[in-house]
Write a protein that binds this ligand. Structure first.
Ligand SMILES: Nc1ncnc2c1ncn2[C@@H]1O[C@H](COP(=O)(O)OP(=O)(O)OP(=O)(O)O)[C@@H](O)[C@H]1O
Length: 719
């Protein structure tokens, strides 16, 4: 019965006047209701035809819908179209309007996720109500930036654990108990801050760089209404203060690293450690006081003015030297913690410690900080600046490096042949430390195991203002190290305080008094034990680090530490011997290698020398032969010439004899004739030829005559 109207309507439109599309023949609504076209009664309503074009089969669906639900969709099409148009327009207009409002009426701060400000802001956001009440949120065990070079340094950062009271227990337990932090997920989140409505936006990164992790791909911004961004700056300052407050009792340690996709190094916080109390560094009390007074005076604002007035660069440098494990690094960290300064550690032995990189890092240093240059002797800066400048030698080869020297260092950076700048020369380091462009206000600490190896220029006054030597443990040190390990120190019994909280005030007072007495007894006992321990350990033989290692093994049993002292001495001595043996072995090997090299060099030279000699001899021989040949050629040439001359002379003589037949053989006449011939133009040539001939014969036969001119004519004629 309910289907009757449907049958009726079908029968009304089942004629040949239906449109060509057979599917439409089943459409019940054609010709029915207000949508039917009056001019062409068989054709579908224009909007349906249009919709059919875009959504094939829509008319069938509309027909079926009407058949079963008695709702004519044709009636709602304009409404639907209008709604969708409105939504599209709204989306476009709202985006455009929002952009306009944001550009002209709002202030926005963008937070970079590869900067420490990300950690600062997210730590703040996590503590806000809007963040904790967000329906869509991100949960983290660490709020730090996911950028690899910020993230990797925070792996062992236990800040959050301490804050939530999860500081005790093994590290595994602690990891399990890591606190959860909640921050709003992607989208816009409004919140109130100091009576102003702010907007926190977290959006997926539009760039989607493939080298980024998914967790890195986000953009964060905070906006406020109004063109003045002061409220945003206040928020950021508050976040920063809270962040720093967390680190107040910690020493922040920075190291120079190179960012991804960048060749320029920059400082990144690698960890924040609980500040080391100065008292725990065992050093001559006077020396310690001197150091603290010196730094206190240096950091006084008046001192800076004093320096400026006198044109002295406002810098201070300290050199800590001594054997390994004697407390040089510990003192540097304690000093930074004591003055609440950040410490920036540079390892000169790092591969990246080039002059350019180091210069960039030093240029980025904040005004007040401690810079620690560790093990400057291992950086290859041990030869003098004079050498450096006069003999710009090539960097030492690997086999020529000293044991413990990690970089080749000290190569020539001054030469003009564009050698790569991976070397750090002494003059380069000095320029960085106190060149014209170097930062003022910092405290520079250099540590070394071999002060004697350092160039005087590096440790001259002005660069190094105080030198502190550290030695192996003496009696005073041994006692103090023992006391440090076993005596009660402030804050040792944190969890015990919690026990007292459960007691009534009276009970608590009694318990605390009892505990105090127990501690006094314990400490006086430790004092005695320390003396006994010191009497068992020979002075100036072991480093504080070695002693600390032994005591730490027995940290709950001081008596055992004393009982096993002999064992420790024997073992450590054996280790020392082994170390010495290894060092000597290495040295011997290095020397042998050097000798072998020298030998090879010499042998090569020697092999080269005979060859040279032979070549020289052959050369000389060839030259001599050449000369001889030339002489012979000359001789034969002259002989031929002489012969020719002779022939000419003979013919001349013959001619002259024909002209003067009666030549008197009388010597007086002869000499007169000679004199006359000498005067005549023809005679000299003949005469000269004769003389030369005589001279030649002289040479050949030995000096028979003193001069050709004295040669008797008769002889000449004979010749
Ligand atoms: N004078 C000292 N006072 C207190 N602790 C010390 C002292 N010397 C060494 N130690 C302990 O020994 C360990 C190593 O010390 P540190 O790293 O400061 O030695 P270092 O002189 O810098 O050694 P290296 O020359 O090898 O860098 C630390 O744990 C530190 O606590």
């Amino acid at each position: 019965m309910a289907k009757k109207p449907h049958i009726r309507s079908l029968s009304r439109f089942s004629g040949s006047h239906l449109m060509a599309d057979p599917s439409l023949s089943s459409c019940p609504s054609y010709g029915a209701g207000p949508t039917q076209d009056a001019a062409f009664p068989g054709s579908p309503p224009p909007q349906l035809a249009l919709l059919d074009m875009f959504f094939p089969g829509f008319s069938m669906f509309a027909g079926a819908f009407q058949r079963y639900f008695y709702v004519d969709l044709n009636l709602y099409i304009p409404l639907l179209l209008f709604l969708s148009m409105f939504i599209v327009c709204w989306n476009y207009a709202s985006g455009y309007l929002w952009d306009q409002v944001e550009t002209h009426f709002m202030s926005v701060v963008d937070i970079r996720i590869d900067d420490e400000i990300y950690n600062i802001l997210m730590a703040w956001v996590a503590t806000q109500r809007f963040s904790q009440g967000a329906r869509k949120f991100v949960v983290n065990t660490s709020l730090s930036s996911r950028s690899w070079y910020l993230w990797r340094w925070n792996d062992d950062d236990d800040d959050d654990d301490d804050e939530h009271g999860y500081g005790e227990g093994s590290s595994n337990d602690r990891k399990k108990k890591k606190a959860l932090s909640y921050t709003p997920s992607f989208g816009s989140h409004y919140f109130w801050y100091r009576g102003r409505l702010l907007l926190f936006r977290r959006l997926p990164n539009r760039e989607q760089n493939s080298f980024m992790h998914v967790s890195e791909r986000e953009e964060i911004s905070i906006s406020c209404f109004g063109r003045n961004p002061w409220i945003l700056k206040e928020l950021l300052l508050e976040a920063r203060e809270k962040y720093l407050l967390k680190d107040e009792h910690k020493t922040q340690i920075y190291r120079g690293t190179t960012k991804a996709m960048s060749s320029e190094p920059s400082w990144q916080r690698c960890m924040s450690r609980a500040s080391r109390p100065f008292s725990t560094v065992i050093l001559n009390e006077e020396r310690k006081k001197e150091l603290i007074d010196d730094v206190t005076d240096y950091l006084n604002p008046m001192t800076q003015r004093w320096y400026a007035n006198r044109g002295i660069p406002y810098r201070r440098g300290y050199l800590l030297h001594g054997p390994p494990g004697t407390g040089k690094s510990s003192l540097s960290l304690a000093l930074a913690g004591f003055f609440k300064l950040r410490i920036y550690i540079v390892s000169l032995s790092s591969v990246n410690a080039t002059e350019e990189n180091l210069g960039n890092l030093f240029a980025e240093l904040p005004r007040r900080c401690v810079v620690l240059l560790e093990d400057i002797d291992s950086a290859g800066l041990t030869h003098t600046r004079e050498n450096d400048n006069k003999n710009p030698s090539p960097p030492p080869k690997e086999e020529e490096m000293e044991p413990g020297q990690i970089t080749r260092g000290n190569g020539n950076t001054n030469d003009n042949n564009n050698t790569p700048s991976f070397r750090l020369s002494l003059s380069g380091l000095l320029n960085i430390l106190d060149g014209v462009a170097s930062q003022e206000g910092r405290i520079l600490i250099m540590t070394t195991n071999h002060p004697e190896k350092l160039d005087k220029a590096l440790i001259r006054p002005g660069r190094v203002d105080m030198v502190i030597g550290f030695g192996l443990a003496d009696e005073y040190m041994i006692i103090n190290i023992f006391r440090n390990i076993f005596a009660y120190l402030e804050g040792d019994d944190g969890p015990e305080v919690e026990k007292y909280i459960k007691l009534t005030p009276e009970e608590r007072e009694v318990a605390m008094e009892k505990r105090k007495k127990e501690r006094l007894v314990h400490d006086s006992k430790i004092e005695e034990l320390a003396k006994i321990f010191a009497s068992k350990i020979p002075a100036h033989e072991f480093s504080p680090a070695e002693l600390q290692g032994h005591l730490m093994k027995n940290k709950h049993n001081p008596q055992n530490a004393i009982d096993t002292a002999e064992e420790f001495i024997e073992k450590t001595r054996a280790e020392h011997k082994e170390k010495e043996r290894k060092a000597a072995e290495e040295k011997r090997k290095a020397e042998e290698k050097k000798k072998r090299k020298m030998k090879i060099k010499k042998r090569r030279k020697r092999r080269r020398r005979p060859r040279k000699k032979r070549r020289k001899r052959e050369k000389v021989k060839a030259e001599m032969e050449k000369k001889k040949a030339e002489e012979e050629a000359k001789k034969s040439g002259e002989k031929k010439k002489n012969e020719k001359d002779k022939e000419a002379t003979e013919s001349n003589n013959e001619a002259s004899s024909d002209a003067k037949p009666d030549v008197s053989p009388d010597p007086a006449t002869k000499s007169a004739t000679t004199a006359c011939e000498k005067m005549s133009p023809v005679a000299p040539s003949v005469d000269r030829i004769i003389v030369r001939e005589d001279k030649k014969s002289d040479d050949d036969e030995g000096s028979r005559h003193d001069s050709g001119y004295g040669t008797p004519l008769s002889e000449t004629h004979e010749a």
